[in-house]
Design a protein around this ligand. Structure first.
Ligand SMILES: [Ca+2]
Ligand SMILES: [Ca+2]
Ligand SMILES: [Ca+2]
Length: 130
């Protein structure tokens, strides 16, 4: 029995320690934008993407995205240009209100209009791990 607990703990530690885009970072982001209901609405996820918009013109340019990604210490900054392309769902080299609904639908796995922490983490890791 004791061995099982030790093994379970070791496994747990492994899972927790996985970089997967900086676990702590991810929790912080999610909590910051999701609010008390612990789910992201479309507007809340938009707010997250728009925090990259340094000049406040309502669109995230590639340059804003790249530099924001590095500033935030998000995972795999060398791939930020590729992440930008993935997120640019209506391809015009900016991320704006045309792209956000598509991104939201991709992240809202079950289509209930909310992105839970599990959905957020799952997609974050899928899109932003190398
Ligand atoms: Ca901008
Ligand atoms: Ca776009
Ligand atoms: Ca959902």
């Amino acid at each position: 029995m004791r061995n099982i607990i030790v093994a379970a703990l070791a496994l747990f530690a492994c899972v927790v320690a996985q970089p997967g885009g900086g676990g702590g970072n991810l929790d912080r982001i999610f909590n910051q934008y999701a609010g008390t209901d612990n789910q992201l609405t479309n507007a809340e996820l938009n707010r997250f993407w728009l925090h990259f918009d340094d000049d406040g013109d309502g669109a995230v340019s590639k340059q804003e995205f790249d530099s924001g990604w590095r500033q935030e210490n998000f995972p795999n900054p060398q791939n930020a240009p590729l992440f930008f392309l993935e997120l640019d769902r209506v391809p015009d080299e900016v991320l704006n209100s045309q792209d956000f609904p598509h991104i939201f639908r991709l992240w809202d796995e079950n289509g209930d209009g909310f992105v839970t922490e599990r959905e957020f983490r799952f997609n974050w890791n899928a899109y932003f791990d190398d």
